[in-house]
Design a protein around this ligand. Sequence first.
Ligand code: SAM
Length: 284
Amino acid sequence: MKRLSDIGTIKEILSRHGFSFSKGLGQNFLINPSVCPRMAELSGAGEGVGVIEIGPGIGVLTQELCELADKVVAIEIDKRLLPVLDETLAGYDNLKVINADVLELDLNRLIADEFADMDVVVCANLPYYITSPVIMKLLEDKLRVSSITVMVQKEAAQRICAEVGSRRGGAVTAAVNFYCKPGLLFNVSAGSFMPAPKVDSAVIRLDVYSEPPYKLADDKKFFTVVKAAFAQRRKTVLNSISSSLGLEKHVVNELLLNSEVNPQARAEKLSMDDFVRIAQGLKL
Ligand code: SAM
């Protein structure tokens, strides 16, 4: 089977289909032949494994995943790419392409219908305009997936993989760490894409905890607290939480003291356990 990631092949296919890139859909296609095999390998795709791919484009990564996994379901929003994928991946009978917006899909249903007896992983070169919403959907929907391997902008990768309680951390760092252990796999230069984006990228892998380490009666409160604490990250947690949630300062002050958190600290200094204790005490 001819490999797709050669730039000449990609240009020829796209021009034959009269395809023009949509900036709005985050269409930067991979043209560096070494990236997709490495990403597919590190994603855990293999025998007995089903893969969900988001945004196959013309199928460069999809092809590598189909070579390794038992089954691949690729979700692509852009109808214009369907005839392209029909052609480029014609040789694979373990592939299903779904024309949909990933943010609108019921992924739990998809997993039950398509991957009944398989381990499931996610692997994707994400459209950057929806990096955080996609990652948060994959985690908050509590999907039966063991890992999520995604290409994101380098800065987003650094934030997601930062230590909670460090300067580089943010709301997304704490949110991701609630469900999984994130790790940076490798960096990818902007020149590896067509058209080349303005910034470099990185591939990260999120290993989803089979047993969540943080137990809360209502998980949503954890995310409410994290978002409120980081809403004004230069301010103290006392000020940021009280103004974001519209709560009186003395109420938040008491909540923080009862949670053994210094009200004058900034959100970036708080640990996962700090956020969990605040969420446990929060009454809304
Ligand atoms: N996987 C291909 C590659 O690596 O060359 C393409 C990656 S490109 C960065 C992102 C892909 O996601 C595009 O094919 C784009 O059309 C698709 N996409 C954008 N928004 C989407 C959405 N909401 N749901 C599903 N696919 C989407």
